[in-house]
Design a binder for this molecule. Structure first.
Ligand code: PLP
Length: 497
């Protein structure tokens, strides 16, 4: 092990002092250190460095306790009936809807809360129900997650024009001139939908929420993918008023999985047309007449039985977050991200070559706590993401590699031309992500499987310090050293989240 990496606790203490001098706001977030001990103690008990908050948040012990107590002490039945167990459940589901509206600083007068299985389920509801048609348009951002990219299939099938707002390189922000051209191309009388992420799950870039009003003034409805933004930022829907906003709750407070939400501006509700009905989404259906009347409000969008026992845990999770205060979480994330970016910029091999390259902004301007990077060996050759992930696992560090379901950011980062990408879609048999990574490596000489770390509410200085220590171990190493480190099995290499 290189000497540099044998850093003692006093090195960490010294680094912490310097960190506090540069990021004094961290001191105001000490309530999170108490919670780290009381609610997230399993991290330190297991000596685990968790750096995948953009993949999934961590739950506090009290969330589990409160939820189990609620389930233990009550008799809950399938909601929306008039028996006591059903009514007790309905009451809690409706309370959770109000908690969601409160959290996002809006009310039931302006927004409808539809519970979905996850953010993807919320996005799909918009995709399948939005009145795409010839003459209308669907504009996306090249930084969109695949669960937004997938909506283009509905738009294309129904004859709407599809455009992507490209990203500038290397900062991975939207090119505002090009975006304006796309937005200006719309016929304001037609149905036009613009979808963008409030925060990139690839680069951490925060796209300006002012785009919502800008697009609307040009005749667009706006779908805000807030899945990566909501866990560490206040989102004031009362102020920004997107027409649709999508979330997954496990990303915000870890538990429960399997529940997300679509918030729909009430005035836009009548524009959506569901392509089918299910139990729970209809007022009446006739088999003989082959007709149905769709239910009103959120009921028209919640197919079958909702995750009723899980939904009260959303209220519990939101209470937990609001007791902490989103501004405290945001400040901690900002300070830790700033320090990580500072340190990553300093990481060099002895010959002066950089050890890592951060993809996207390398300062704190309009960015969140997600940092994606590539590692390079002493000769400037890429060290594959799979190698970094395996070695990180040996150090008990949870990070993520791949392109994180965000192919547009990967293509912009590695400047992969359209003509190249088209070549990979001619085979009848298709290919998987690791085959694509290998082929691009062969053709372009770049490893597109990047390494992503992300910080969140239970992160502390030790976590990020340990990551930098880990990264330092790559100093002056040659890629050959890692050639026997095998990639995980194929099934583990599906690019996700
Ligand atoms: C920006 C963004 N949108 C959408 C999603 C999809 O979320 P889910 O997998 O919970 O449906 C993710 C997941 O990582 C995301 O980061």
């Amino acid at each position: 092990m290189p000497l540099d990496s044998i850093l003692s606790t006093s090195d960490e203490e010294k680094a912490f002092e310097e960190f506090l001098n540069k990021y004094p706001g961290y001191g105001d977030t000490s309530a999170l250190d108490d919670l780290r001990r009381t609610e997230y103690g399993r991290l330190d008990d297991q000596d685990h460095v968790y750096l995948d908050y953009t993949g999934g948040g961590l739950y506090a012990e009290s969330q589990l306790r409160d939820h189990i107590t609620l389930l233990r002490e009550n008799i809950f039945g399938n909601p929306h009936s008039h028996n006591p167990s059903s009514m007790a459940m309905t009451k809690l589901v409706e309370r959770a809807r109000i908690a969601v509206l409160d959290h996002f600083k809006t009310t039931g007068e302006d927004y409808v809360v539809v519970f979905t299985p996850n953010a993807s389920g919320a996005l799909k509801l918009v995709g399948e129900s939005y009145p795409f048609r010839p003459g209308g348009r669907f504009a996306l951002c090249a930084d969109d997650h695949n669960s937004v990219n997938g909506i283009r299939e509905y738009a294309r099938e129904k004859g709407a024009a599809v455009d992507y707002s490209p990203l500038t390189s290397p900062d991975l922000r939207m090119d505002m001139d090009r975006l304006d051209k796309i937005l200006d191309a719309a016929d304001p009388q037609a149905d036009n939908l613009f979808a963008f992420p409030a925060q990139s799950n690839y680069s951490g870039v925060k796209h300006p929420l002012t785009l919502i009003e800008r697009a609307r003034s040009k005749g667009w409805d706006v779908l805000l993918d807030a899945a990566a933004f909501a866990p560490t930022n206040e989102l004031d829907l009362g102020r920004w008023q997107p027409d649709f906003a999508a979330f997954s709750f496990y990303k915000i407070f870890g538990y429960p999985t399997g529940i997300g939400a679509l918030l729909v501006r009430r005035s836009l509700l009548s524009k959506l047309r569901r392509p089918w009905f299910a139990g729970g989404t209809v007022k009446i259906v006739s088999v003989k007449a082959r007709e149905h009347y769709l239910a009103d409000g959120e009921a028209a969008f919640e197919d079958g039985t909702i995750n009723y026992l899980g939904i009260p845990a959303v209220e519990i999770g939101l209470r937990h977050i609001n007791n902490i205060g989103m501004h405290i979480i945001g400040e901690r994330v900002r300070c830790l991200t700033g320090w990580l970016l500072d340190q990553l910029a300093l990481l060099k091999h002895s010959n002066g070559r950089p050890l890592v390259r951060v993809h996207g902004p390398n300062d704190l301007t309009m960015r969140g706590g997600t940092i994606t990077m590539s590692f390079f060996d002493v000769d400037g050759r890429p060290v594959s993401g799979a190698v970094v992930e395996q070695l990180a696992a040996q150090s008990n560090i949870s990070l993520r590699t791949g392109c994180f379901c965000n192919p547009g950011s990967g293509e912009a980062t590695f400047q992969l031309p359209k003509s190249l990408m088209e070549q990979f879609f001619v085979s009848e048999d298709g290919m998987n992500f690791s085959e694509l990574v290998a082929l691009i490596n062969e053709v372009q000489g770049v490893d597109v499987s990047a390494v992503r770390i992300s910080v969140g509410l239970a992160s502390n200085f030790s976590d990020v310090y340990r990551f930098i220590q880990f990264a330092t171990e790559f100093r002056d190493q040659s890629a050959e050293r890692y050639k026997n480190i095998t990639a995980p099995p194929e099934s583990a290499l599906r690019d996700a989240a």
